[in-house]
Write a protein that binds this ligand. Structure first.
Ligand code: F0G
Length: 358
């Protein structure tokens, strides 16, 4: 019998491709190495002959892709002597920052939009001992305040404007390429601040430029209709969507993302909240994969583009599922509440409930 080497996280795995030294103390939780799941039922349901894979980033330690960037950002912050980190967040970044700060033994401060953060994410930030500052404003206002306060207080910003974040996040593209033996034809990804689409393109390009693969995907960035500055072509002040993770009107990686679109010959598009929730439910019901609403924007994007023939049949598509469904139980229950039946606690009633649904 042979035993597999213990997986200790993405910095160990990609040490040569990341800005760390031999003696860097790594702040890690075993992040990365997430499953790339081939959809078995949805392509048939759509009547399309395509290979769609989902990269299930919800299986990272804090339940989102943010852990990839956060292990790098916190490792470097600690190496540089930081005693505290800070971020603005729609929820997932704050959960990751809180967890990695706890692991490192430093303090995390997180600014979140008052009342617009999914319950699971808030629970995480609080449990990991972050100081949670709710602001009476949205993410974009929080981001502005974080930049201002970091000028005046000894705190390291761990939002994706911290370049180490993108370094960590680019490893998702490495994993996809290693598993498929090539880059996919299309990579569909939800876009908020556009850090993740930028990081993926960096990862694919690194392998391409070094001759490890000879193709790069067309990058497709999808936003929620009510928070779609890339589709409108300008920043917007009052973003609104059920997908609270991407309720962002002033993306931080604006220029970088336009460059990704240009270099990859890709496009940006938006999907309605209804389409997003439908894709989320479809993944859960037809494939057994539960992601949060924002994550399903990638699949909602791919579905319409397949239906309209913008993505041709025969393509290999990867959709990033950025966060776990358990992050936002309220929306999930609202979506599925009508599926629940309540019966008397007797055999006859339970049996009837089963037989009429077979
Ligand atoms: N999906 C989820 C679940 C997210 O939490 C985010 C961003 C995105 C997609 C968009 O990624 O910003 O790199 O384009 N969440 C940030 C946060 C804003 O604070 O957790 P992006």
């Amino acid at each position: 019998m042979t035993f597999r080497t213990r997986y200790t996280g993405l910095i160990d795995r990609y040490r040569d491709r990341l800005p760390v030294h031999d003696d860097t103390r790594i702040i890690g939780l075993g992040e990365g190495n997430t499953p790339l799941i081939r959809l078995n039922n949805i392509p048939g349901a759509l009547g399309k002959d395509v290979d769609i894979y989902v990269k299930y980033e919800g299986l990272n330690p804090t339940g989102s892709f943010k852990d990839r960037g956060m292990t790098m950002a916190v490792t470097k912050a600690v190496e540089e002597g930081a005693k505290a980190i800070i971020c603005a967040s729609t929820g997932n970044t704050s959960a990751a920052a809180a967890a990695y700060a706890a692991r490192a033994g430093i303090q995390a401060f997180v600014l979140i939009p008052d009342g617009k953060i999914a319950m699971g994410k808030l629970a995480q930030a609080m449990m990991h001992g972050a100081i949670v500052i709710q602001i009476k404003g949205n993410f974009d206002e929080g981001m502005r305040l974080v930049k201002e306060v970091a000028e005046e207080a000894p705190v390291t910003i761990v939002n994706s404007i911290n370049p180490y974040r993108l370094q960590g996040q680019k490893t998702a593209a490495f994993e996809i390429v290693e598993e498929l033996g090539r880059a996919p034809d299309y990579h569909c990804i939800p876009v908020g601040n556009a850090g993740n689409i930028t990081a993926h393109w960096m990862g694919y390009s690194e392998y391409f430029e070094q001759g490890i693969v000879n193709n790069r995907p067309v990058m497709l960035g999808y936003q929620a209709e009510g928070a779609s500055p890339f589709i409108k072509g300008e920043m917007e002040d009052n973003p609104e969507t059920v997908a609270t993770a991407i309720r962002i009107g002033h993306p931080q990686s604006w220029d970088k993302a336009w460059k990704v679109r240009e270099e990859s010959k890709g496009w940006f598009d938006s999907r309605s909240d209804e389409q997003i929730l439908r894709a989320q439910k479809m993944l859960a019901e037809k494939e057994g994969v539960f992601c949060e609403p924002a994550s399903a924007t990638s699949l909602a994007g791919a579905i319409q583009d397949l239906e309209e023939g913008k993505i041709p049949e025969g393509s290999t598509i990867v959709c990033t599922l950025t966060g776990h469904g358990l992050k936002d139980p309220d929306i999930a229950i609202q979506q599925s509440g009508s599926d629940m039946v309540t019966v008397d606690a007797d055999l006859g009633s339970v049996k009837e409930a089963i037989l009429k649904n077979l």
